[in-house]
Write a protein that binds this ligand. Structure first.
Ligand code: A2P
Length: 278
């Protein structure tokens, strides 16, 4: 699989394995282990997913050297500011059974309980992440769910390398994507399959038939061809395999435009970053 160079000169495999909703520990461990055995080398988790321990265990049991796996976790909304960030980060490392993460993200820009002073807290938090970066405990720094104004509010010494946002044919925030790509940030797509809800779209079904691929594979390829790193989640072995099998076809430019036209005003499935209820 191709690796994309992040601005810190760190390489990220262009497809990651998403683990949101893999809450059952045994299922999470087995799914990640299976993904690693199949060839995934990029695992995306978060403190709030409640599966860091299971993922740490899967990595250990896989026998694959830690240095060959790109591991991301995210700071949950409970923690902001220097001390809390350090504390939470160390706990994540322990659960993941590792002494560094490849990518560490602020999960949401404006946690409900800190909403009245989220900007200063994000700056303090990001500074703490920079300290961890300089100590070599984080290889690349990023954010998730950040809109342009959140990015502009952040003052950084080590520029933001990654912004992980919702992206699929029904929801594409081109304004944020273009801003980030222009500023040399890599976009990662969470819910690249629209949480499975868009896979019955007749246009996507027709396209899947044309390319003799599945609708999920069309969505994954759509992200890749927009220079976006998709993080498809599955707990089904056949699908985990299918979602990696996207390197034997190319969607034509004309069909990419058709997929772009599926973008809808109400296509967003996840919460709005400014108004999330958590
Ligand atoms: P499951 O985990 O039961 O396999 P997203 O990555 O956009 O959040 O989508 C995840 C959802 O899509 C999950 O419900 C997952 O189901 C489903 N899914 C993942 N891969 C496929 C696939 N190849 N075909 C159909 N559904 C899929």
């Amino acid at each position: 699989m191709k690796q994309i160079k992040l601005r810190e000169n760190v390489f990220i495999p262009e497809i990651g394995f998403g683990t949101w909703k893999l809450e059952d520990q045994e299922l999470a461990k087995n799914s990640v282990l299976f993904a690693l055995q199949l060839g995934y080398r990029h695992i995306d988790t978060a403190m709030s997913y409640g599966n860091e321990e299971a993922i740490g265990q899967a990595i250990k049991e896989s026998g694959i050297p830690r240095s060959e796996i790109f591991l991301t976790t995210k700071l949950s909304n409970d923690f902001r500011g220097r001390d809390a960030t350090f504390r939470a980060f160390e706990q994540s490392l322990q659960r993941l059974q590792t002494d560094y993460v490849d990518l560490f993200l602020i999960h949401w820009p404006s946690p409900k309980k800190y909403r009245d002073h989220y900007k200063e807290l994000n700056n303090e938090t990001y500074k703490a992440m920079e300290e961890l970066y300089f100590l070599g405990k984080i290889k690349a720094l990023g954010v998730s769910n950040f809109l342009i104004h959140h990015l502009e509010e952040l003052s950084t010494q080590v520029p933001v390398s990654v912004n992980q946002i919702e992206f699929h044919p029904y929801f594409t925030d081109w304004e944020t994507i273009e801003y980030c790509q222009k500023h040399n940030m890599t976009i990662e797509a969470y819910s690249p399959l629209g949480r499975g809800q868009i896979l019955k779209d007749p246009v996507i079904i027709k396209m899947a038939e044309k390319y003799q691929k599945s609708t999920a594979q069309i969505c994954i390829k759509y992200a890749l061809q927009n220079n976006i790193v998709p993080l498809p989640k599955s707990q089904t072995t056949k699908r985990i395999q299918e979602n990696l099998n996207v390197f034997d076809f190319e969607i034509s430019e004309e069909d990419i435009q058709i997929l772009k036209s599926l973008n809808k005003d109400d296509g967003k499935i996840g919460s709005h970053p400014d108004y999330a209820d958590f």
